[in-house]
Design a protein around this ligand. Sequence first.
Ligand code: ADP
Length: 368
Amino acid sequence: PCESVNSMPWFGMDIGGSLCKLVYFEPKDITRDEADAELETLKNIRRYLTKNSAYGKTGHRDTHLQMDSIEIRGRRGTLHFIRFPTSEMGNFLALAKSKGMANLVTTVCATGGGAFKFEENFKKEVNMSLAKFDELDSLIRGMLYIEMTNPRECYYWSHPTEDELCHKVPFDFSKPYPFLLVNIGSGVSILVVYGPNNYKRISGTSLGGGTFLGLCCLLTGCNSFEEAIQLATGGDNTRVDKLVKDIYGGDYGRFGLPGDLVASSLLHVCSFGQMNSKDRRNAVSKEDLARATLVTITNNIGSIARMCALNEKVERVVFVGNFLRVNPISMKLLAYAMDYWSNGTMKALFLEHEGYFGAVGCLLQFNN
Ligand code: ADP
């Protein structure tokens, strides 16, 4: 069943509203005969992709996510995880062309809105056709495959509100069904999954990762997701939001609620509710505004997810998507909120390859 090296390279691409995710399978079991027969361009492409971890100014390979010695379609090799802003598609195609991609006449598996938007560009610039796959099918297929292949993929946050005690704990996902899958990308999609080929999209919201980043840039003048998260890390949303205590007076204790920061994040009466006052506005920092934006968006998603889980009678809620990238604040807040408001009956779960499942699922569907 093994496929020849020259039918490679194997890519899976998820071209989203914010980020383009690219997974590349590097075969490691190439025989001498295959190596001799392998096209020079293919070798060059492999060398280029696997030697660097940064491509141009905006492309990155997430080396910490790389998966070695895995088997796909009878070949053994390494799976690489690469991302760049979708707005850089033009530069990406120019680069691919300069590496000789146009001479290979390959088909690339693609999903996401960009698979439609950029189809012509792929054809024109690099002579590639896109084999298009459904976004949600790919997401689920990719996540189930990676979860099965990587024993430490799924985890939860224990003691999410206590800095010193809080840590990741591996979660046994061998009997997952039914579960809720909350994909937080630019926007949010919520699916209920009953089995590998049995799911439905039940809800979503347009207030997602793209909203967080957009509002944060507006409010703080920051220019990147990383910067926005860094600002939020040093901020205090209680200087921006109106909390229970701001309205009722008194302390958290009277309401039988813990007084720490994460917990107090849940006691909003009203997000941004203090910002109608000029004095308060003058007293807040960029950091506070970034934190408030992050907490607002996260709590809203958590609350919709919890209602969906309740409706569908599911206990496991898996959160994925690049909004959670380098973003422990949101993961811990989701973990705490799910646990607290469900009296401990629901569990928030997370996956290490958070934003890459659509691209992986796409790669797996090729030739099937
Ligand atoms: P999409 O498929 O809609 O692009 P993703 O799952 O890739 O969705 O998530 C996009 C979101 O991830 C952004 O809206 C932003 O909140 C967050 N994000 C994480 N890292 C980055 C980054 N390097 N650049 C832009 N957005 C990022």
